[in-house]
Design a protein around this ligand. Sequence first.
Ligand SMILES: *[C@@H]1O[C@H](CO)[C@@H](O)[C@H](O)[C@H]1NC(C)=O
Ligand SMILES: *[C@@H]1O[C@H](CO)[C@@H](O)[C@H](O)[C@H]1NC(C)=O
Ligand SMILES: *[C@@H]1O[C@H](CO)[C@@H](O)[C@H](O)[C@H]1NC(C)=O
Ligand SMILES: *[C@@H]1O[C@H](CO)[C@@H](O)[C@H](O)[C@H]1NC(C)=O
Ligand SMILES: *[C@@H]1O[C@H](CO)[C@@H](O)[C@H](O)[C@H]1NC(C)=O
Ligand SMILES: *[C@@H]1O[C@H](CO)[C@@H](O)[C@H](O)[C@H]1NC(C)=O
Ligand SMILES: *[C@@H]1O[C@H](CO)[C@@H](O)[C@H](O)[C@H]1NC(C)=O
Length: 833
Amino acid sequence: MLTPKSCMKLLFILLLESEALRAQTMAGNTPGASRAIEDPASLVLPFIGTTNGGHVFPGATLPHGMAKVGMDTDSPGNHAGYDADPQFNVTGFSQLHDSGTGGAVPLSNFKLWALTTCTSFEKCPTSLDSRKLGRKILPDGTPDDFASPGYFSTNLSNDIRVELTAARRAALHRYTFPSSVTLPRMVVDLTNDGQRSSRDQEMSLDPKTARVQGGATFTASFGPGSYRAFTCVDFKGEGFELGAPVEFGVWLANSPVKGATDLKQVYAGFRDEVGALFAFKRASEGPTRILARVGVSFISSEQACTNAEEDIPDFNFDRVHQANRAEWNELLGRIQVDTTGVSEDTVKLFYSSVYRSHISPADYSGENPKWNSTEPYYDSYYCNWDTYRTLYPLLSLQDPANFARIVRAMIDIQKHEGWLPECRGATAQHWIQGGSNADPILGEFWVKFHEQATALNVSGDDLYNALLADAESEPPNWNLQGRQANAWKTFNYIPHDIVDSGGANSKQVSRTLEHAFGDFAISQVAKIRGNAEDGAKYAQRAGNYFNVWNPNVSVPDAPSVRGMMQPRSSNGTFDFTDPRHCSIHDPEKATCFLNAANLDGFYEGSPIIYSQYVPQDTARLLDLQGGAQSFINRLDFIFEQEYFEPTDEPSQQMPFMYHYANRPGLSTQRSRQVIAQNFNTSVNGLPGNDDSGSYNLSSTAPSFVVLILHLLGAMGSYAAFYLAGLYPLPATRQFLLSSPYFPSISFFNPVFNSTTTIKSIGFEGNPEDGTGGKVFVKNVRVNGKPYKTNCFLDWDVFIGGSTVELTLTDDIGVTCGNGTDTLPPSLSTGGYN
Ligand SMILES: *[C@@H]1O[C@H](CO)[C@@H](O)[C@H](O)[C@H]1NC(C)=O
Ligand SMILES: *[C@@H]1O[C@H](CO)[C@@H](O)[C@H](O)[C@H]1NC(C)=O
Ligand SMILES: *[C@@H]1O[C@H](CO)[C@@H](O)[C@H](O)[C@H]1NC(C)=O
Ligand SMILES: *[C@@H]1O[C@H](CO)[C@@H](O)[C@H](O)[C@H]1NC(C)=O
Ligand SMILES: *[C@@H]1O[C@H](CO)[C@@H](O)[C@H](O)[C@H]1NC(C)=O
Ligand SMILES: *[C@@H]1O[C@H](CO)[C@@H](O)[C@H](O)[C@H]1NC(C)=O
Ligand SMILES: *[C@@H]1O[C@H](CO)[C@@H](O)[C@H](O)[C@H]1NC(C)=O
């Protein structure tokens, strides 16, 4: 069911930046200008992370749109359909995708395809394997593909040009056939989703209008379930009257049946691959352009038709594209940066990261097949474990209205299914990773927006009840619904030897730490709601991380790195997992992904990594690890020995943790080194083949290597925060503070109707390798007044709109300040009350 590598493993990828994109970007923005960036969409590079396992979706979507239309390839890593590696061939242009996920290939439903010539209707190559086509390769070795927010285009090796754009529930395709094509043909493929898993297909076509309606059941990606999806396809000539199709029929594999109008007429028992095939007349002059409008629905094919008619009534490709881009520009433009003295690559990296934070979850409102509700319905949470740390805090700063709708959708799911969603995709529950990680997301919303909640239609009672359900009730299958709640309440940790309903005997230590943080989030909500008793109860449970802390375990070759999170049996005895387990130094080279063989208690991170993971109480962690200097030494050890894994979310806060030892300069340098070492923006090209062997670049090709940052925006939002000089603590009112990569950065928050600008006084640019430089914050003023600390900003700074002035120095020895409240808060030192 699952691929051996699960969801979350990210790899280094290679990104090619086409000349076309580069040219467009240069034209759109004058480097060095400090005026507002009017067209931030022009700074987005959608191809980041689209090969070597990156699984990023580069096609066209609205922010959080349901229709995500893109090109599909036959790459084994085509989780988002596309693979930038030109050796992989094109199989179609489908309407639904996720971005950055693992598991099995999700979605990629309802591919369209254009054919230039067939010997006859009956001989047309309709099956996926027979129709697929090589890419057109440009002289620099890259495929002739282009993408920008809301738009994707490609030229195929048969000289057909395909362009794609999207509204919320429908896509619009434009196929331009070369003038030599006399009988343009279009294939609608009902069945070949990414897993080629269809069953229970239904389909009919109208011989006069060429409308195709159909649907099928498909297998979920990261869980045991399935989903039913539907489509409705209409065609129109651009610049000429298309008229009724010249030929029409239903196809099964490579056998088109001319004149058939319904699958039922051709039922042959074996229907793995079916669809519709049309031939149309060509345009009377010039190249033939055929538009295909494709509605999608999870309810019915009639609903898919209605969605298409409502969202794209006019078949106007350029209008749909411009409307889509305008939405992206408005959203991206809420964050403005001064680019003076900042490299163009850094600016692009920033806006591309913000862009990827708004692909998912997707707004499926009105498309929930499981119950009727007037509440919004969002899907593609894949998974909350990945996104709670940085994605939702970014929405807090920049897109709270969408955040509120997502929260309402989560609460509505809990009301109907009993538990908040964790790792949901295509309407099906998927396997959990850390537990009930919607808790910190709802906590983040309530802590930051409880005063605006009524206006945003979020009910505090419903939100709190949803949290309590996660925290207190044992679900039928915790591995799908969240928590092993009974064991958690009985033992105050997740014991290594109690399996309960979830089956898989895995990740008990990670789940203990996640549940502790989830309960911290609940305690914050309870306190704000005036429920002191629950506030205290859940704050107590937030301390349960301590129950898996074994002070006597150390790293075998580094005895001073002592004290580790460890698995523990229900009788209280500690079990032992080598602290190096599932790191690059693991002598057993074990995996710690989601599979039945993983019995070591940890998920996608070594015990060394998880032993730093107590965001709610880093002060106590520092004590447990022997005080400030010993804590710093341990962090240095983790980075120098490469235990730090920037692509695994439990590591994300680590570069900023020096703040808690009153050494924010070390955090600034470490976080900048992480960016420098993992984001290579060199335009000198790569030395021949990169080590994954997938590209052979000419030395003149503009290119750069980037650590992919994705996972439904988890990594995009993480990079965006690092470049903004902030790191969020979800479900709190604090952001850890460093220096931005820009002389100034401002955030417009539409709910508060306010703008907060962070300015770097004395900005002299960013050191290329992240080391040294005049980047350390020695003093902070807010609205002209000295601020209480140099180490964090309170949420209040962002509510009313403020000017934050950071005085920079090249002295890495800066501190948080001299007052009593200068260190970031922690539970054990009285913070968060
Ligand atoms: C793609 O198609 C070309 C021929 O067009 C073929 O040579 C090549 O092997 C195909 N690539 C893959 C990965 O199947
Ligand atoms: C495809 O060809 C057209 C010219 O027909 C050109 O304008 C476009 O840039 C090419 N590349 C892509 C990816 O669309
Ligand atoms: C939702 O309401 C419609 C119209 O009343 C009904 O046809 C449909 O069955 C309902 N769906 C569910 C899942 O209850
Ligand atoms: C909240 O609900 C009211 C009443 O249904 C509606 O008029 C308003 O537009 C909603 N506001 C938001 C932000 O959804
Ligand atoms: C750690 O070692 C000390 C000293 O030997 C012992 O008292 C304590 O019980 C040990 N703790 C654990 C959790 O094993
Ligand atoms: C506790 O349980 C573990 C695993 O079930 C077992 O190996 C160990 O001997 C037990 N310890 C005690 C003191 O009973
Ligand atoms: C970028 O990465 C390539 C390949 O790893 C390397 O050869 C090159 O030196 C790097 N460039 C910079 C500026 O770090």
